[in-house]
Each structure stands twice: as C-alpha cells, then as structure tokens.
Design a binder for this molecule. Sequence first.
Ligand code: WTA
Length: 647
Amino acid sequence: MSEKYPVDPAFAEKARIRKDDYERLYTESVRDPEGFWKRMSERLDWIVPPTRIKDVSFDPANLHIRWYEDGQLNVAANCLDRHLDTRGDKTAIIFEGDDPGETRRITYRELHAEVCRFANTLKNLGITKGDRVAIYLPMIPEAAVAMLACARIGAIHSVVFGGFSPESLASRIADSKAKLVITADEGTRGGKKIPLKANVDESLTKPNTNSVETVIVVRRTGGAIHMQSPRDRWYHTVMEGQSAHCPAEPMNAEDPLFTLYTSGSTGQPKGVLHTSGGYLVYTSLTHELAFDLREDDVYWCTADVGWITGHSYVVYGPLANGATVVMFDGVPHYPDYSRFWQVVDKHQVTLFYTAPTAIRALMREGDGPVKATSRKSLRVLGTVGEPINPEAWKWYHEVVGDSRVPIVDTWWQTETGGFMITPLPGAVDLKPGSATLPFFGVVPAVVDADGKPLEGEASGNLVITDSWPGQMRTVYGDHQRFIDTYFKTYPGNYFTGDGVRRDADGYYWITGRVDDVINVSGHRIGTAEVESALVAHPKVAEAAVVGCPHEIKGQGIYAFVTLNAGESGSDELRKELIASVRKDIGALAAPDHLQWAPGLPKTRSGKIMRRILRKIAENQPDQLGDISTLADPGVVKSLVEERLVKA
Ligand code: WTA
C-alpha cells in the first residue's frame, strides 16, 4: 500500500469543494452531463446563452464533438470586460522578468485597454475573423495581450514556443497559413539572449511561408535586429494612436479559439484545435476548483505560453476567473537556485504550479536555497507534465510546502484542454505519485491491448469514454488524422496515448506514454521527428530514436544511428548530428545519447523493433523478450555490447 496524505481538516473547512461535495457533484456530472454542464456554463457571460449543451459521438464513422453549439460569447470579453466593474483596479498580471530587478503590474483595466488597442491594430493590418496569427514571443505580458486581442476579433492564434528553431516555426506557419507573426527583438533566459526576430527572418525564407504579410516586433532587449520594410513593424509604433475601445466580436461557442502544435507518434506535429465556449467553461472551472481559488489569491504557473499549460492556466482559465497571475520570463536557477521561492515571497504567491523536472533539478541543489526563503504565503502547490516520482513529490511537499501545503498532481494533455485527473485539495486524500481521481464529467477507463475494459485494480491503457467541454475538436486542416489518432485504436473511446494503473482505492497512476512520443522535461517529442532530422544528414543511412530514463528530465532521448557504407562513427560526427537536430527542431529535441548501430533490429517484414531498442537504451538487456522473430538476431547482441561498454 502506498502512503496516504489525508486532506487537512482546516483546509477542508474553508475549501470550495469538500469530500462529500466531490462525490455528489461527480456522480451528478456523469449521470446527467447535460444538466451539470449547462449549470457550469452559467459561470461565463454569454451574448446568447446556449440551449443545446452537448452533441457528441465518438463513433469513428460519425465523429463529432459539439458543446454549447447555439451559444455565442467572446472569450476575451469574458477574461477582461466583465471584470471591469468589480475588479477594474485589481492586478491582472504581475510581470517578473528574467532580471530580478524587472517587475511590472498591470490591472484588469489596463490590460483591457491594451488588448483593445492591439485588437484595433490587428484589424487595421487587415486581420479578420478566422485569420491565423502566429505568436513567437517570450513570457512577457504582450504575449497575453496578443492572444486576447486575437480572441477579441475572432482571429485564430497559433503560439509557437520561443525555443523552437526557425525550421519548426516555418512548418507551423506553413501548416496554419498565418497572415501575421508577432515576435520580439530578442528574448532573455537566465541572462542569455535568444534571437527571436532573427529566427523569424530565417523561417520566412523557408518554403510555404509567404502567407505572412506582416511581422510585428515587440522591443524587449533593444538588441540590434534587421527590420524589413514594409513587412516588419514595431509594436509600439503600430499601437500609437489606437483607440482603447474595440467591440468584442460575437463568436459561436464552436468557433475556433486557437491551434497549438504538438508532437504525435507519426509525422509532423499536428495543430490541435480548441474552440471557444466549452474550452473556457472547462479551463476556468478546473482552475478554480483544483487550486481552490479565492479572490485574494496570487497565482503563479511557471509554464511558458508556448505550451498548453500556458494557454489554459496562465492566460485563459485564470483571467476568466479574474485572478491575479504572475508571468515569469526567467528560469529556476537564475540568478541562483532560490529564484522561484524569492519570487514567491516577493509577490506573496499563494498558488504555485510547476513541472516535476523543475522540482527534481531544484531538489538536487539541496534544501538550502529553499530554506533561505519564507514561502509562508503558499496555500496550494501543483505539478504537471509527466509522472512525478514519489521522492520528488515528498520533497516538494516537505521542503517547499513545509509539510503544510497540499499538492495537486494534475494529469491532462494538449488535447484535453484542461485537467482530467487531479485531486481537489479540500476533497481528495493524496498519494505521492498519483494524479488521484477524475475531475467532474470525466470518465476514465483502463483497457487492455484489445480494448477490453478492465475493472477494479488494473493496469493497461488509459481511455476516456465520453466527451468533456474542453476537448480538442479536430486537427487543423486534417480531420481524418484526428479520427485516426484518437478514436480508431479503441473505437467508442478517446485514446490518450498514456499507460495507467488503477489501485484498489480507484486512484489513477499514470505510467507514461505508450506510443512513440518521448516526454522530455514535460515536453512532447515525437521519435519520428528526431529520426527524420537525423536521416537528413548525408552520412546517415537510418536512425531509430527511443526514450530512456533521465534523472532530471524524466525521459531522455536515445538515438541509434546507422551510417552509410564506408562512413565511420567519430565523436565529431556524433556532435555534428546532435547539433543538426538542435538546429532542425530546437534544443529540446537534442539527443542525450547517440549510439552507432551497425544494424537495427527488424522483423522479417522490415519493421524496426523499438521495444527491443527501448530495453537496450534502458540498459535492461535481460528483458529483451523474444527476439527470435528478428531478421537478424545477431544485431541485438552487438548493440547490447556497445551499450554495456558505455554504461
Ligand atoms: C504527460 C501537458 C503524469 C502524459 C499538460 C500526457 C502527465 C502528456 C501528467 C501530455 C501528470 C501530463 N502525470 N503524466 N500529472 N501531466 N503528463 O500535451 O504522458 O504537453 O499524455 O500536456 O504529458 O503532454 P502535453
């Protein structure tokens, strides 16, 4: 039996949701989803309130997912305008720069004005409802302004993480046919400069990017950049003289809000498309309940806006709730390893949300940098992105939270829009390493390889049997891929791509991806993408990439590379190949290990046996399983010997 950390009665007493509330509301939410989600929709301001709540079929032959389909609203108006009367002077964003000397506070009134001015700017530049806008910015308030301005006029934003290469940015621009790109001269991270504008310039020389008519540049560092006239315009110049009044475009609940590209097991990253009404109901509700949000909370999520966590839980959920949000443009170790906790003290952060990889990296530095700070303001701690090992969970709880603060381990995905399995801190007893129980309206199931549902205590693949309002609606421009990826493996269910164990108490323990996706520091990397970057090198014949355990990142990237006949593997070539992946995709995809492979284990029909490569990378050669079906079992022996030499 794993340890249990019961809900603190003092916390429960004041909590929004207690144990009996959770049980009652959960039962209601799955018995009568229409009634439940109709009531929950009332938390938003609708231009036309919805009467048709849910229209869903998970049948691959007739797949459709529609929530609140006759309702009309505007997402930006819900995040801004409706707070003006009651919260106009409340701080919406506390900006904390990479440099600890840089802080800015923006009220809801100020944010509303800035968003309206930028929305008018976009309109003047010819952006209209349905147009796509790419955002390639650091974690600065202008990123939130840009997203909300798009939402205000009905443009579909596509945020690209600033760590992605010009190549990756170009392929996202090409896929979405963006008309406009918003970037900054440079970003700063841990005192280093990131050449964002130069990356945009390079990306726009790549094929299929000539949909871009305008590039708007925020002056962040003042570093030297090239401005190409008339394409490139400074943010501060185009904003001059714009009116702070801009009517919010009435949007149908099912109109797209944004696309966000994420890696899958095959091919190019796909544009996950989220719509307006259901997404905002779901993100705001989950944010309020999982963090037990109160009016005077100061909430800080360390995720970058380039990821779904930054969309749902830096911008949309919290701002829809009228919360005060910290936006941090730095890293946990700069200027020193106390930085997170210094910022917590400085802004009296009450709700803090980060990733296991950051917790592990800080844990390695010992308790000193944490104990040097007070952290008394903290009330709830959260984690997301990958399974958290119990050791890191306990350190987070005992050292960061002084054994006093509950931890919400939130399992969800880019595709799910918001939290799916998570404790509600006043209602659910915690177990270190378990995301615990499903959120309202979420019905998980554990299935075996054939799709047979497993009851009670069980291990298998995690599926969700019915829709929830925050679910993605399609893959941008490729609806068939949406159906094939998520609804064909276990017909009638949404397949998450994750493995799971359910214990005797009904608690869920995510075990990690079961497809060819590697979770590196909480970021999804498709093995196919890394492989195609490797084989693009003229000396490489073939490559196979798998995940391997990594102390800080959770998973590392392990590449097996076969060179062309006549080539030989040198340290220099190894470095060159790793650098080329970095250049092609971004630093986050650079392999941690690269092993030369004279051959790769294949079936007689030529399929690479990744299961075997995974075991070799994990250094578990005794668990290779049956290798008799391989075309050449000898290949495995030599790979294992090579690996063992290195270990
Ligand atoms: C993993 C991030 C265990 C999981 C919000 C999922 C987690 C993938 C957790 C989605 C968690 C996320 N416990 N695993 N609390 N949260 N994951 O799309 O494998 O970037 O499928 O969304 O991260 O990653 P994504």
